[in-house]
Design a binder for this molecule. Structure first.
Ligand code: KG4
Ligand code: ZN
Length: 332
């Protein structure tokens, strides 16, 4: 078994996976949404303190049902993420690896998201991966476990972050993704539109202009009217944001020889309207679309463990004293 720890942002999570079958034997996650919601975003100091209480709680639950002595390696997220959050998981991983005298595996959080597609199954490479989360919007080319290239990224905000900021502007709480998606479904008037970002041939994402357009609209309407029309605003924002993603993926597929597999990962990949548009695009370009189970789209330790299994197979270990965090990492 491999034990995995994820604490890169505001979710404390630990999982245990079978190295042979890649199946999840144990998984628990304690989210901190309620503690951050009134700030409209994650407060690192609060996140760190909660990880230091929640990670041991989860480990205790795990130890009640599994013998720690059966664990062959510890996988832990060490990059990218909030430094004070990453450190909590990394310190626990180091202590466990030293006490149990087993290897330590450093896992890149974004690399982990790719493996949310392959829980309990074999990895399917090569694949084009669209990663949409709170911190990243990336098109990736994943040729194998060790060969992942960034094809396109965002010039400013990420897709999930834009949802969070729109929710904050409308006073809807945090995280905004699910709230905005649900509210958009309630829109009755659908004539409001926002401009689709970067309608040119540049292979990149940008959400700050769209976010600004929403802000200007809210200001023009006045707070009270804007809140009364929040379903319509959410609908129009989501439509433009998804159209932007779809147009850029279309551009990439039309101009390049790309693999058969097209995987969508990251917390925002849970968005049903987005999934629908990308499914239609995949059909047009004859791609096999891959989604993670909804439960494992957002941050979780199971995907970190699944990624760690591949590193375990090639003995990609890091000694505890050499394992460092890299909060801003952009490599794979
Ligand atoms: O991958 P994730 O759990 O954490 C990061 O690594 O960032 O992604 C969280 C992000 C948040 O910005 C959240 O608002 C967004 O994903 N998100 C969504 C949806 N569910 C979560 N965005 C749009 N639609 C959703 N249904
Ligand atoms: Zn994530």
């Amino acid at each position: 078994m491999i034990l995995a720890i994820e604490s890169s942002c505001d979710d404390s999570s630990i999982a245990l996976l079978s190295i042979e079958s890649c199946k999840i034997l144990f998984h628990q996650k304690i989210s901190q949404d309620l503690s951050h919601t009134r700030y409209g975003g994650v407060v690192p100091e609060i996140a760190s303190r909660l990880h230091s209480a929640n990670l041991p709680r989860i480990l205790q639950n795990l130890a009640q049902n599994f013998a720690l002595s059966d664990i062959k390696a510890i996988a832990v997220t060490n990059e990218p993420g909030l430094s004070v959050s990453l450190l909590e998981g990394v310190m626990m991983a180091k202590a466990l690896a030293l006490c149990l005298k087993i290897p330590l595996i450093a896992v890149n959080h974004l690399h982990g998201h790719i493996y949310s597609l392959f829980l309990g199954k074999n990895a399917r490479f090569p694949a084009t991966i669209l990663l949409l989360s709170g911190g990243h919007s990336l098109i990736l080319q994943a040729d194998s476990h060790t060969q992942v290239r960034i094809i396109a990224s965002t010039l400013d905000d990420s897709f999930g972050e834009a949802f969070d900021k729109v929710a904050k502007m409308l006073g809807l709480g945090y995280p905004g993704g699910k709230i905005v998606e649900n509210l958009a479904k309630k829109a009755t008037q659908k004539n409001l539109t926002f401009p689709i970002p970067l309608r040119n041939k540049r292979l990149a994402f940008s959400f700050s202009g769209l976010k600004n357009a929403v802000r200007l609209k809210i200001e023009a309407l006045g707070e009270e009217t804007a809140r009364a029309q929040s379903a319509e605003i959410c609908y129009a924002f989501q439509k433009a944001a998804i159209a932007h993603i779809t147009q850029k993926m279309q551009l990439y597929f039309a101009q390049n020889q790309t693999p058969k597999y097209f995987g969508i990962v990251g917390g925002a990949s849970a968005n049903k309207a987005l999934r629908g548009e990308l499914e239609a695009l995949a059909q047009k370009f004859d791609k096999t679309i891959l989604f993670a189970p909804l439960k494992f789209c957002s941050d979780n330790a199971a995907m970190i463990g699944r990624c760690g299994i591949e590193s375990y197979k090639i003995r990609d270990f890091t000694p505890p004293h050499a394992l460092n965090i890299s909060p801003q990492s952009t490599r794979f």
